[in-house]
Design a protein. Structure first.
Length: 147
C-alpha cells in the first residue's frame, strides 16, 4: 500500500469516526459499503467486552474493558485517546467493583458504592443500602447491612 493510499484510508477512517460520534448523539448514520469494509478491516477498532483498553478504539456505553488489572465500564461513548486513560478520566469510565472486594474510600460520585454493592470491611461483609454511598460502614452504619 502506498503512502497516499494509507493517508486516504486514514482520512476515511476519521470521517467514519465523526459519523459514529454523530450517531451516538441521536443522528442517523448510513455507512457506505467501503466504510463498512474499513471498519471490518480494523481501520476503526470496535471494542469487545472484556478486552484490554487500547488507544484508537471506539467504546460504547455499557461496554467493559480491562486496564492495569482492573475492570472498567464505559459510561460515555468515545474514541479512546492516549490521555483519556480509564483510571484518570471518571467522566468516561467507571471502575467495576468485584463482589466482596475490600472497601475503598471513594473519591467522588463516579466511584461511590451503589445500592446492592457488596464489600468486605474490617473482616465483615456488608451490602450498601443506598446509592452514592461514600461512607464506610463505621462512619454511616445506616447505609450498610452486615451480611
Amino acid at each position: 500500500m502506498s503512502l497516499l493510499d494509507l493517508a486516504l484510508k486514514y482520512k476515511q477512517a476519521n470521517d467514519i469516526q465523526r459519523k459514529m460520534v454523530i450517531d451516538q448523539h441521536g443522528g442517523i448514520v448510513n455507512l457506505t459499503p467501503e466504510e463498512i469494509s474499513l471498519v471490518a478491516e480494523g481501520a476503526i477498532a470496535q471494542a469487545q467486552d472484556g478486552m484490554d483498553w487500547l488507544v484508537g478504539t471506539w467504546y460504547n456505553v455499557g461496554q467493559t474493558l480491562k486496564y492495569n488489572g482492573k475492570i472498567y465500564k464505559v459510561i460515555q461513548s468515545h474514541m479512546a485517546q492516549a490521555t483519556w486513560i480509564p483510571d484518570a478520566v471518571p467522566a468516561l469510565y467507571q471502575e467495576e467493583k468485584p463482589i466482596g472486594s475490600p472497601w475503598k474510600q471513594p473519591v467522588g460520585s463516579q466511584d461511590s458504592y451503589k445500592s446492592g454493592d457488596i464489600v468486605i470491611y474490617n473482616g465483615n461483609t456488608y451490602k450498601s443500602l443506598i446509592d452514592n454511598n461514600v461512607w464506610s460502614p463505621d462512619a454511616y452504619p445506616q447505609g450498610w447491612q452486615k451480611i
